[in-house]
Design a protein around this ligand. Structure first.
Ligand code: FAD
Length: 462
């Protein structure tokens, strides 16, 4: 990528994704105007005026690239000269195997690097509208708390019914951690779905004693409280948390998502009293979500309560459940594989609004959006990262790897279940390190096609 462009790119939102996109563009020699509405207009969660503010925890989660997909994403972003990772490394605080940061120093390092960059102009302004007919590139990275005016404009362009709602997330489990000596594959009444598959669901049976014990532990579990600003966001009867359903009556779940009808357990002659079903969640078939199990139980409690379900005793969770207010697009339907809005391709989206979940994932999508625009402006062909990399797996998931674009798309953290399987057989213990090595090898090839100056040096200089 050599040719520099005189086009000015607008990035809206100075959070994790917007700052990373701005940095990547600026480092390629592209002029950027970054718009951030704070301090003129605040959000319900941000407390400072700083760019790249961490709104809650100060952790970027595991930093182990061989054992954890978010650690691998860190490493890939370092190699792609990420500003966010560079600032995090510089301001890390002791946190065992996790990468945690001093939030104020981190935010101020990111802001200083951008303020001092000759290609960056920062404007403290709220943007209310999407550009109507212009063709110059825009990145929208306004996050889960996108201001209402811009949210309405995005909604109008998207053709969707809604963008902001309670994000009712059901836990997602790695299929290979389910015990199939207890569980079995079958669709209710053997009903055939796409591809004539009559065995699309994983079923976990409970007898009366196990069901009663499950309901008791559900009712006793500790739940997360809603924040005050979340109180007036509606949640729908159709996706009530399981613990709320259980509070309505001990049998409610057994007549709802856990009904045992139309299913035959091949491992037992007695009829099941209740059945928990899991539905395929990604195109690769490596992840399954727990049907109807949206929950606001605390994370530790979810692991404890859900592992009492027969077949899930050793379940590995790719994502735990939760309910909070969020703003995100139905990306598989609205975005193309290079993060462009299909209806208006000069507009790209980045960050949590694309349906990724978490600080690191949000910044990673900002990194890609910035690189894609820089490549486009230079006249180079735009290559997405290989799907075997963490960057590529995450991108594939939000733009097409999810099973359908039918509105069931839910936000996702990076995890090894999003990666295509290895071509050769390795032991379970070796699987993640082998996937991680494959990712870094393939990333090297992808990065070799361009030349970005060393951002780490620039951050420490600023
Ligand atoms: C309450 C809450 C707690 C969270 N806790 C965690 C956590 O602990 N760990 C984790 O990994 N993830 C957490 N997340 C999820 C998510 O990863 C973070 O919200 C992350 O900051 C998303 O990055 P982003 O860049 O997409 O959005 P943000 O970092 O939110 O950045 C968006 C920016 O856009 C600005 N903006 C919005 N509208 C406009 C507009 N119209 N014009 C101009 N500027 C605008 C905002 O002021 C903000 O600075 C949390 C989310 C929420 C809502």
């Amino acid at each position: 990528m050599t040719k520099k462009s005189s086009a000015r790119v607008r990035v809206i939102g100075g959070g994790l994704a917007g700052c990373e996109a701005t940095w990547q563009l600026a480092e390629y020699g592209v002029h950027v105007t970054l718009y951030e509405m704070r301090p003129k207009r605040g959000t319900e969660a941000h407390l400072t005026n700083g760019l790249a503010e961490l709104v809650c925890s100060n952790s970027f989660r595991s930093d182990n690239w061989e054992a954890n997909a978010v650690g691998l994403l860190h490493e890939e972003m370092r190699r792609a000269r990420s500003l966010i990772l560079s600032a995090a490394d510089k301001h890390k605080v002791p946190a065992g195997g996790a990468l945690a940061v001093d939030r104020h120093n981190f935010s101020s390092a990111v802001e200083t690097a951008l303020v001092n960059h000759k290609n960056v102009e920062i404007r403290r302004e709220e943007i209310h509208e999407l550009p109507e007919s212009e063709t110059s590139p825009v990145v929208i990275a306004t996050g889960p708390l996108t201001s209402p005016g811009l949210g309405a404009a995005i909604l109008a362009h998207s053709g969707e019914q809604s963008l902001a709602f309670f994000d009712a997330i059901a836990p997602v489990i790695h299929k290979d951690s389910i015990d199939f000596t207890t569980a079995w594959m079958q669709s209710r009444y053997d009903k055939e779905g796409p591809g004539a598959d009559a065995a699309a669901y994983v079923n976990c049976p409970l007898d009366k004693e196990q069901y009663d014990a499950f309901i008791d532990s559900l009712l006793a579990a500790e739940c997360r409280e809603f924040k005050e600003w979340e109180m007036d966001t509606p949640y729908f009867e159709g996706c009530l948390p399981i613990e709320v359903m259980a509070e309505r009556g001990r049998e409610t779940l057994r007549f709802g998502p856990l009904k045992p009808v139309g299913l035959t357990n091949p491992h037992a002659s007695a009829k099941s009293y209740a059945v928990v079903q899991l539905r395929q969640d990604n195109a690769l078939g490596t992840l399954y979500n727990m049907v109807g199990f949206q929950t606001k139980m605390k994370h530790g409690e979810q692991k404890r309560v859900l592992s009492t379900i027969p077949g899930l005793e050793n379940a590995q969770f790719a994502r735990l459940g939760g309910i909070h207010r969020n703003t995100f697009l139905n990306s598989p339907r609205i975005l193309d594989p290079l993060l462009r809005m299909k209806a208006q391709p000069n507009i790209r989206f980045a960050g949590q609004i694309t349906g990724v979940e978490g600080y690191v994932e949000s910044a990673a999508i900002g990194l890609l959006a910035g690189r894609f625009i820089a490549a486009e402006l230079s006249g180079a062909s735009v290559q997405p990262p290989p799907p075997n990399t963490a960057l590529g797996a995450l991108l594939s998931h939000i733009t097409g790897g999810h099973l359908s674009g039918d509105g069931s798309f839910q936000p996702m953290n990076v995890n090894f279940g999003l990666f295509p399987p290895l071509s050769s057989k390795v032991s379970k213990r070796e699987r993640k390190p082998a996937m991680a090595r494959r990712a870094l090898d393939e990333l090297a090839g992808w990065l070799a096609s361009d030349q970005v100056p060393n951002s780490a040096a620039l951050v420490s200089r600023s």
